[in-house]
Design a protein around this ligand. Structure first.
Ligand SMILES: [Zn+2]
Length: 253
């Protein structure tokens, strides 16, 4: 039987059994194990982990745990100055782009409303989510820890909140997205980007009242959905204000 000393830092403790939170504890093991598998055996998905120190030295996920090791596990975005250490991945993905698992449809719509690139389908399998995240360099958002344990996922985040509006605030805060909010720039339905379109070009698709009272329109580059500042617009603006914590303004876009 071999033994290691383990300690998880900051929000990684969210995943641990209460008795193991924020303390160093001993763990017995009898099988050869990578550090990735050992960490995940405590319920901590590897994409949440940014740095692992073994006896003070950084290691990657493939490190094989040795008897007597002293292991410290740090989350992404830890505020400690870790620049001299080797991070497990180069950097946060530069432009935030997400793929959401099937249970987070409302969150996907809200984030699209705020202008963020969010792939979402209610029929994605876990395997599809993982491989799309890998191929397209997207960050997985999920409430399913097992999904985050897929080895090919390098960027992923376990959403703690249950209520969609609180989830939005959590994501904005966690990924520091406030300055990138760009409401009404993306299609809520399909994630396509919106472009201004001449009224004449789409006139035949408009209801008579819409045609009479509105002059500025935008169209989704993918699904062709037309958007204008109709009666629903004030409600959407208030929703944007609620989601971003700012009072609704009268930005005319
Ligand atoms: Zn669309």
């Amino acid at each position: 039987m071999a033994q290691v000393q383990l300690r998880f830092y900051e929000e990684l403790n969210d995943f641990l059994a209460p008795a193991l939170r924020k303390i160093s504890f001993m763990h017995d093991f009898d099988r050869r194990s990578s550090i990735k598998d050992m960490i995940e055996s405590f319920g901590v998905p590897h994409p949440e982990v940014e740095i692992i120190l073994v006896n003070g030295n950084p290691v990657d996920f493939s490190y094989i745990v040795q008897n007597g090791d002293c292991v410290s596990v740090y989350p992404m975005f830890e505020s400690l100055d870790v620049s001299p250490l080797v991070r497990l991945r180069p950097a946060p993905l530069r432009t935030p782009r997400f793929i959401l698992d099937t249970n987070l449809g409302r969150l996907a719509r809200y984030l699209r409303l705020l202008g963020f690139d969010c792939l979402y389908r209610n029929d994605y399998s876990d395997r599809e989510v993982a491989s799309i995240a890998d191929e397209k360099q997207r960050t997985v958002l999920t409430r399913d820890r097992a999904l985050l344990q897929h080895r090919i996922i390098t960027h992923g985040y376990f959403v703690r909140e249950v209520r969609p509006r609180l989830q939005v605030k959590e994501i904005l805060f966690r990924f520091d997205l406030y300055r990138l909010v760009d409401p009404f720039s993306r299609c809520i339905r399909c994630n396509g980007t919106l472009q201004a379109v001449d009224k004449q070009a789409i006139e035949d698709q408009l209801e008579p009242k819409t045609k009479k009272y509105y002059d500025r329109f935008r169209i989704c580059s993918i699904c062709g959905q037309i958007y204008w500042q109709g009666s629903h617009y004030g409600r959407a603006q208030r929703l944007v204000g609620a989601l971003t914590g700012t009072p609704a303004d009268n930005t005319n876009r």
